[in-house]
Ligand binder design. Structure first.
Ligand SMILES: Cc1cc2nc3c(=O)[nH]c(=O)nc-3n(C[C@H](O)[C@H](O)[C@H](O)COP(=O)(O)OP(=O)(O)OC[C@H]3O[C@@H](n4cnc5c(N)ncnc54)[C@H](O)[C@@H]3O)c2cc1C
Length: 425
């Protein structure tokens, strides 16, 4: 007979949201099991930019706004506490055409709550000498570049170190009511959970009680690799196109590990398939990157990757939906800001669960951590020998391409730098 296990809270999905939720619940002493059908961090969270953004362009009075405003004061202290590589450089949004200069004016006028610093073309050139001549721009000091793969890993590893069970290759194929609880079908057993939190990204429609309809938006990226392990990136911070209410546009930016990325595109699609970026797209991204920073013409292209934003169809008129019913909480439509907002989402979920359980609000205690990721050099050493990294006495697969552990070993450790391409898909 199939084995049956019981937990207080089952978290479905090991993306950045599920891992943040599992960590938050484990920090509050809950008995948590996280169930991931593949490996932690391999879904939408493996195909993003890695900018912990601000509230620029996020509609007020939205759930997304609330989650971001709760996350923003926590993000950098949490990255510091967990040892996640990040750079607090701010991001530049630059105008090259008259139309973009006009959009910049509108952006400045319409943005009250985000700190923006207007820069003349000369000031921009002083700040980023390798930038192609422009009409000026704005610096958004609050934007932070982070290693997005290691954020997920750190959340999961801290949750694990606090006692949460992390089950990978563990698809939940069915859920049914069992009294007040839920019975979940796992590959080799059934699980009885008092509460379920579904954070299933692109599969969220299957696990929500309302009729959701997704219209994913694809984003492609091109990776330029340092010509030599000690080459410095020609740019100091992300350079973005002027954002509009609908999209943030393509960035060119140095990763926290010193390579340079260009992307993402923003193309709606009907299905959830994610084939490799096309040659035409990669060529357009390369040309875009060189037009922003001509020095990149001398940098080798080392690979590409892509991600799918789990955007709800326009008819919903919103991103981010949080539904709770009968001890089942579901978060959906976490489209473009989930990496940044994940700690705020986790706080929202915690409140829902705590309210449901005993009517008391959880505390808003500052982010502290008894756990810290090993250094990049240590992670890179285990990665070189096993293709996985070790943290919190467990092995983890790192699914996000820009984490670049083989390069980290070449720069910091004793290994030789590998040539060839680093392809995500
Ligand atoms: C191109 C692009 C650029 C982006 N840039 C940024 C950025 O710069 N900054 C930012 O803040 N955000 C960014 N985002 C948004 C961010 O990446 C997402 O909001 C976030 O990763 C969503 O995380 P998630 O945990 O909801 O989903 P996922 O990472 O997809 O996690 C869901 C998990 O659920 C698992 N799952 C599904 N069904 C089951 C099941 N039945 N049983 C078990 N497991 C299951 C999946 O395998 C998956 O791992 C970007 C997104 C994209 C696509």
């Amino acid at each position: 007979m199939a084995q049956r296990t019981a937990v207080q809270v089952a978290v479905l999905g090991g993306g950045v949201v599920g891992c943040a939720v599992a960590r938050q619940l484990a920090k509050r002493g809950k008995d948590v099991m996280l169930l991931e059908q593949s490996v932690v961090g391999s879904g939408v969270s493996a195909g993003n930019t890695g900018i912990a953004c601000t509230m620029l362009g996020v509609p007020k009075d939205s759930l997304e706004h609330r989650c971001l405003s709760r996350a923003l004061p926590r993000n950098v202290p949490t990255y510091r506490a967990l040892g996640v590589p990040h750079r607090e450089t701010g991001a530049l949004y630059v105008a090259w055409t008259d139309e973009e200069a006009e959009a910049l004016e509108t952006l400045e006028r319409s943005t009250e709550e985000v700190d923006l610093q207007r820069l003349s073309p000369e000031e921009l050139k002083d700040m980023e000498p390798a930038l192609s001549p422009s009409l000026g721009g704005v610096l958004v000091p609050g934007e932070v570049t982070v290693d997005p793969g290691l954020v997920v890993l750190a959340f999961a590893a801290e949750a694990h170190s606090l006692g949460a069970q992390i089950r990978e290759h563990c698809e939940v194929s069915f859920a049914g009511r069992y009294g007040e609880a839920w019975l979940l079908q796992l590959p080799d057993e059934t699980l009885l959970a008092e509460q379920v939190v579904s954070c299933t990204g692109l599969s969220a429609a299957l696990w929500d009680f309302s009729e959701l309809w997704f219209q994913p938006r694809r984003g492609d990226y091109l990776l330029f690799q340092r010509p030599s392990p000690h080459s410095l990136a020609p740019l100091g911070r992300p350079i973005g196109a002027v954002p509009t209410p609908h999209a943030r546009g393509v960035y060119v930016w140095p990763t926290v590990h010193g390579d340079v990325l260009c992307g993402p595109t923003n193309v709606p699609q009907a299905d959830q398939l994610l084939p490799k970026p096309s040659d035409a797209t990669l060529d357009a991204l390369r040309r875009k990157a060189i037009s922003v920073c001509p020095a990149l013409a001398g940098w080798p292209v080392a690979g590409s990757y892509a991600g799918l934003r789990p955007a709800l169809a326009d008819t919903f008129g919103t991103d981010y939906l949080l539904n709770s019913s009968k001890n089942w909480t579901s978060i959906s439509g976490v489209r473009s800001t989930g990496l940044t907002a994940s700690l705020g989402i986790a706080q929202e979920v915690l409140e829902r669960l705590t309210n449901a359980a005993d009517g008391r609000l959880p505390d808003e205690s500052p982010e502290g951590s008894a756990f810290r990721l090993p250094s990049l050099e240590q992670l890179a050493e285990t990665y070189a020998s096993s293709g996985c990294v070790e943290a919190a006495q467990r092995r983890w697969y790192v699914a996000h391409p820009p984490t670049g552990l083989q390069e980290a070993r070449a720069v910091h450790g004793s290994g030789r730098r590998r040539g060839g391409s680093r392809q995500a898909e």
